[in-house]
Design a protein around this ligand. Structure first.
Ligand SMILES: [Cu+2]
Length: 177
């Protein structure tokens, strides 16, 4: 467990996203399925298949001004109970799962060791809340697609395409239309 001081300590990636934060990120919907061996019990019952791993709103904040730390957001739904243990990508040294909490009036980020996920219930990582903290990221441009792999306690993994861009709220600051 590592705590980072939101304001003083850890840099632009997070300080900036704290300020911008109000709306949910815009991005395309990216769906992915587990790359586990296809089982013959491919039952699609009421809602989603038990094997489903659905990632949507997958966005990596465009790194600011040459900084190599940024944040990622997504929403994740599974067809079965599991626990998200890690995320990784080829374009960064390290990704941590972060949450934010208020401690003595100071907003702090803290690394989470994992996130429990209930079948059929979306887990949302979004500005001002849980996020992927991405360290040592290579230069990225708006519109780039980055593959991020999620690993679960069950041993399953799933890779999703994240779009590089800015969360919705900042949209007006750049180009209109
Ligand atoms: Cu963070």
């Amino acid at each position: 467990m590592t705590a980072y001081n939101w304001v003083k300590g850890f840099g632009l990636g997070c300080a900036a996203f704290a300020m911008i934060a109000a709306c949910s990120p815009k991005s395309e919907t990216v769906e992915t399925t587990a790359n586990q061996a296809q089982e013959d019990t491919q039952k699609v019952d009421e809602r989603i298949a038990e094997s489903a791993i659905i990632v949507s709103d997958a966005l990596i904040r465009t790194p600011l001004g040459g900084k190599n730390v940024t944040a990622g957001y997504f929403s994740l739904t599974l067809g079965q109970d599991d626990r998200l243990l890690y995320a990784s990508t080829d374009v960064a040294e390290k990704i941590e799962l972060h949450t934010v909490e208020m401690t003595d009036g100071v907003m702090q980020m803290r690394e989470m060791e994992g996130v429990d996920i209930k079948a059929g219930q979306a887990v949302v990582f979004a500005p001002k809340g849980e996020h992927l903290m991405i360290f040592g990221v290579k230069p990225l441009n708006e519109g780039d697609i980055v593959e991020v792999t999620f690993g679960f306690e069950s041993g399953r993994t799933a890779t999703a395409n994240f779009t590089v861009g800015m969360p919705d709220v900042s949209k007006g600051a750049g180009h209109n239309h």
